[in-house]
Design a protein around this ligand. Sequence first.
Ligand code: AMP
Length: 416
Amino acid sequence: MINIDQVNFENKRVVIRVDFNVPLDENFNITDDTRMRAALPTINKVLNDKGMVVLMSHLGRPKKNPDPKFSIKPIIAHLEELLGRKVAFADDCMKAADQVAAMKPGEVLMLENLRFYAEEEGKPRGIEKGEEGYDEAKKAIKASQKEFTKTLASYGEYYINDAFGTAHRAHASTALIADYFDADHKMFGFLMGKEVAAVNKVMNEIQHPFTAIMGGSKVSTKIDIIENLLTKVDNLIIGGGMTYTFMKALGGKIGNSICEDDKLDLALDILAKAKEKGVNLVLSIQTLAGNKFGEDSDIKIVDPMNIPDGWEGMDIGPATGELFAKVINGSKTILWNGPVGVFEFEKFTGGSRAVANAIVEATEKGAFSLIGGGDSVACINKFGLADKVSYVSTGGGALLEAIEGKELPGIAAIKK
Ligand code: AMP
């Protein structure tokens, strides 16, 4: 596998898969351009080398071709601003060959939304799995996907994947296309490289003690991650709404707290596995409860094993915050996924803030800290601490699958 730094792209056409799936308001204004800015180092590397950049991305979930609501065109002006140069647009990603052929060094061409074509995802449209004719439709789309992928590949002598956010999808532009390039002509972009390195630090090159903090609402959505982490971590801190499934499973009284009653056995199983593997599983010892799921709720500090009727656990209490902070502070590797309370309400941000502060402190002392996979990113941004931890991942689902221990197709395709 080659490194993007080792390549001089002078006079070369380079197809770059980026993740420009940015949120747009009803007037097609970009409300958060983080994903676009994250791809700039890679694009600029090729441009500074005097190469030619062909950008491709998906945007939203279009259902037909064309689907103007999901056109990439409205984001071109902002891309031009970010790059400080003109960006040409190909309004059909399958009909860009002439524009690509006419490109000169230093030029950028952005392709229209790849998902206008069902071939990008390789899933038939308008027919669901199990319905009559689905298998034939799937076969047909898989056959035409080859031509689609080949056409995209024909736009460049090099292929760079910098779209970590879609690395868990085996789509034409994220994985299949890599087969058309040999090992010297395909590589990760800078963003992808950083994401992969960060995942490696918590999955393979672990410095112990390793502490994972799992929060969020439900244990059911985190079970595969927890199972995989139990084979790697020294400490597993459980916070957030899933706390109360554990408390109830242990015989506690949880008031109105959220709970997955069908996962009580699973919670006990996790506790038993942690014990068997010698993992220190840390649960809440004090809860901040509310009597209403809202900003205007009253608050009360309670025992998580004995929450009064009419109250629900909305955040960890200060004593739990101190306990979690102590564990985090003694760690060399830290992974945080999911807020430990309903951080969207000011009264219940304290626990997540205590966790964030402890992670920052440990990072200052030399620990590696990775934050990612959903709402903990929003949390660390809200606290203004994103630049005080080692790495904040841009990939939601992709990061979660990586820490479940799965091989991501977008990464595997470059490595093979
Ligand atoms: P997830 O997407 O699984 O990471 O869940 C994130 C959500 O979990 C956030 O919206 C939090 O408000 C929510 N959450 C965290 N703690 C609790 C709690 N104690 N009760 C209900 N929801 C919670």
